[in-house]
Design a protein around this ligand. Sequence first.
Ligand code: UD1
Ligand code: UDP
Length: 365
Amino acid sequence: MARILMIFGTRPEAIKMAPVVHQLAADDRFEAVTCVTAQHREMLDQVLDWFDIAPDYDLDLMRPNQTLAGVTARALTGISQVIEEVQPDTVLVQGDTATAMTGAMAAFYQRVPVGHVEAGLRTGDIYNPFPEEVNRRLISVMGTFHFAPTATARHALLNEGHAAGNIHVTGNTVIDALHWTVAKDHPLSLELPEDQRIILVTAHRRESFGQDFESICLALKQIAERFEDVRLVYPVHLNPNVQEPVHRILGDVNRVDLIQPLPYPDFAHLMNRAALVITDSGGLQEEAPALGKPVLVMRRTTERPEAVEAGVARLVGTDAQQIVGAAAELLTNSAAYNAMATAVSPFGDGRAAERIAGVLAAGLS
Ligand code: UD1
Ligand code: UDP
């Protein structure tokens, strides 16, 4: 039996690791052990509740407005102690956060093989997204099992010289999580007016803090003011660098609902009800296509070119006029809207966790 230690700490990592936790816990070839850094606290706990995961280790290390160095240092120290105690055969990390990077590094320092879920995403620009592009490259360097969500991610890893035999295309586990969630009965808390088109908004990227974030907020304000049958629903990330400009610029704008981060099933329901998604989130670029929702991506570059190539996502940057122009086109031109809404999701079939377990099991024999 192989002891697999899964390490995660933020909301998106928890959502994307949850299917793997469920899969390994139900398979008697594995002893599944979970460690959360709680780099996020409330937003992580929402996910743990929904997926019914009680972590074996909780480092509880979030601090208000934490710095990259602070959270990284605390995570590396805390995770190292857990690895020392658990003595896992393999450590799994997901994505590109401080938790994922330090989880891989702590494992590497103790010569424990690392499996990287969602490996091979690249923009080629170390400052976009910041610091995630560097985090995920470092994890690839330290990793043994690279679980690439798509063929594009596999190619990126091959181009960097990683051995083909260590790269496994699995699909993205976010699709597993989404299927699991929509299949469950859940009383939904959110009531939305039937006669309004809903635009779902999220934004939180560090590289946009400051002027770009103000520009994003001004664009959202203009969209709300211009389209009277449109309501913007924006669950605001708890990062204070996000909360401050969002509430200052959008707090009093008609038909803009600023709400608390939603539990995952409520959020999935809201995505399903939305006409359009405007975001800088990584995960939403994968989920929205799976639900047939056009996505405008408020970033300079994306590590998910598959969504753009499939025609379901458009990169609009952070310039207010670009964002408003792209949203206006989709809200007024039904041919343009339908072309984006009928494209097909390139991110997997919802069986990524099963494939990851298969690879890990094959590694045992
Ligand atoms: C982190 C990740 C980013 C990921 C994002 C997902 C790093 C460096 N960044 O960014 O890659 O895309 O999560 O959301 O790993 N906070 C709370 N409660 C919460 C969560 C956050 O109060 O439940 C506040 C705290 O003040 C915290 C701050 O947000 O210090 C920032 O959290 P942090 O994890 O450092 O950065 P994110 O911007 O969330
Ligand atoms: N999400 C959620 N509730 C919310 C907003 C987002 O459950 O109020 C989910 C969303 O469905 C996606 C993930 O959180 O799976 C995205 O997280 P985030 O945007 O914070 O991080 P990123 O994907 O950019 O790393």
